[in-house]
Design a protein around this ligand. Structure first.
Ligand code: TXA
Ligand code: MG
Length: 337
């Protein structure tokens, strides 16, 4: 199949492909999504095939207006309107009990459905043009870092999907914050641009943070969100998170580096290395870390980097999301120097 590269002006064409049951890579403010008509089980099944995604990992349904929510869920918990007021359109996904209209392919057999209203103008126009809610996981091959440019999507999906719409680089760079309201108390399953502190401003002190957010699931432990049990965000390179001073980091690299080693370091630190050096932004800029992480991991793959050493960022604010992804990319390998 030839994968068409569409511009952000060609939303009608993207909408028509989706209406007919095709797959389109779409830009969102978080990462690129691989979209299909969420109400068409056959179309959604093709997403799993293109990504090589495990069948038991459910998808997020994307809407462009709050009025579309009613049909998708069994009922709308009242707090959803407060959350929508504060964070929609935007990078927050809310899990609720599903309506019968949601195909099993979307919910992966669960009784719940995840819903998000993206803020990216092109994503919103594509949903409107399609005239249906869109199921969309991140548009990467399963297990690879999420794509934050149309070129990343083409890299993974060329020949496997109908089209990709180029909407430029994603502003946030890590996937949406996921919370569930299908438990007795609201629970954060995946951290993102919307922080726990921001959620607590709306939910009060009710919010529970799932153990898997920073920790590693123990053998046999059940993941609240199926996606969290899979090896994730992993480039082919071996990733190490290095905690400690910059001086100690340099000493470590001096000892360990070979021709196929790379480093991911903060602004101003690049000049100290003569190996592939990737930029993580200012040391105290959690938004920059989020925006740069996946591109850095993908660059390592493109350049056949064997080992990547990463300066450990803060896990405060959006840093919680950055560390959540980084620790998984590193398979929890943290070096204290
Ligand atoms: O920012 C994002 O959320 C991007 C863009 C495209 O919207 N999408 C995204 O989708 O990251 P995906 O499929 O890569 O991640 C969705 C996560 C997975 O970990 C999945 O297991 C979880 O949400 N999830 C989806 N539906 C769920 C449900 N009903 N119950 C529990 N977890 C669910
Ligand atoms: Mg994903």
């Amino acid at each position: 199949m030839e994968t068409k590269l569409l511009t952000s002006k060609q939303v009608k064409e993207a909408g028509a492909i989706l209406k007919e049951g095709g797959l389109v890579g779409i830009p969102t403010e978080t990462v690129y999504g691989l979209a299909a008509n969420a109400l068409d089980g056959k179309a959604v099944a093709k997403i799993f095939e293109a990504k090589g995604r495990p069948q038991d990992n459910p998808l997020i349904v994307h809407i462009s207006d709050l009025s579309e929510l009613d049909d998708l869920v069994a009922y709308v918990p009242p707090v959803v309107y407060d959350l929508a007021d504060a964070f929609w359109p935007g990078p927050l996904t809310i899990i609720m009990d599903k309506a019968d209209i949601i195909p099993d392919e979307v919910s992966a057999g669960l009784d719940t459905v995840a819903v998000r209203m993206p803020s990216h103008p092109v994503a919103r126009e594509i949903i409107k043009a399609a005239g249906v809610p869109l199921a969309a996981p991140s548009a990467n091959t399963s297990g690879k870092p999420s794509p934050t440019t149309a070129a990343h999507v083409m890299n993974d999906m060329n020949g496997k999907i109908d089209a990709v719409v180029d909407g430029g680089s994603c502003e946030v760079g890590v996937e949406s914050t996921v919370i569930t309201l299908a438990t007795r108390k609201p629970k954060l399953l995946r951290p993102g641009r919307v922080t726990p502190e921001e959620l607590e401003d709306v939910l009060g002190d009710e919010l529970i943070i799932d153990d898997a957010v920073l920790g590693k699931l123990k053998d046999g432990e059940k993941a609240a969100s199926p996606g969290m049990k899979y090896k994730h965000y992993s480039p082919s390179s071996d990733v190490f998170v290095v905690k400690g001073s910059f001086e100690a980091f340099k000493e470590l690299i001096g000892k360990e580096a070979t021709a196929n080693t790379a480093v991911l370091v903060f602004d101003g630190e690049e000049k100290d290395f003569d190996i592939l050096t990737l930029n993580f932004g200012e040391e105290d800029d959690d938004l920059a870390h989020a925006a740069k992480l996946f591109d850095a991991l993908r660059t390592c793959d493109d350049k056949n980097v064997e080992k990547l050493y990463v300066r450990c960022p803060s896990d405060e604010g959006v840093g919680l999301a950055v560390m959540n992804r980084l620790l998984r990319a590193a398979e929890f390998k943290v070096l204290e120097v």
